[in-house]
Write a protein that binds this ligand. Sequence first.
Ligand code: RP5
Length: 168
Amino acid sequence: MSKPKVAIVLGSDSDYPVIQDMIRILQQFEIQHEITVSSAHRSPDRTHRYAVTLEDRGVQVVIACAGAAAHLAGVLASHTILPVIGVPIDSSPLQGLDALLSTSMMPAGVPVATMGIGKAGASNAAVLAAQILARNDPDLSTRLREYKKQLADKVEERDRELKKSRNA
Ligand code: RP5
């Protein structure tokens, strides 16, 4: 098996159900990935040890998914020059608004490309990771163009169905 290009880090295994579409999209694009549970707050040493291996192992994009006072993406970004995409998970009483702010509001110099909250944000993280990797991968670029075309085709199909149902 080839080396993972995308490293997905979850703050908890309880975040796993939220990222199912992310995994599906990465598989659809044939992007090798790995998934690791590590918490910025509960296992800071493990998170640090993991972050410093990423570049040497050939990982090219990191996706960090965490809820509540989510510092996972920021901490990973502080230990690597790889692009880090953050996904705020809607697992807290504030339904992810806390995670959105704590993931996105990074100090200057340590960016986290923050997605929207929850499942849609997780899906977009996979697409953005694919778009980053596609800069050096013509086959992946082709798959991305086909993916975008399918999105557009689906809108036209729904438009046709809506019009048909209104005329019925
Ligand atoms: C965050 O706290 C995790 O990313 C998760 O979204 C949330 C709850 O974690 P558990 O208490 O379910 O492990 O750190």
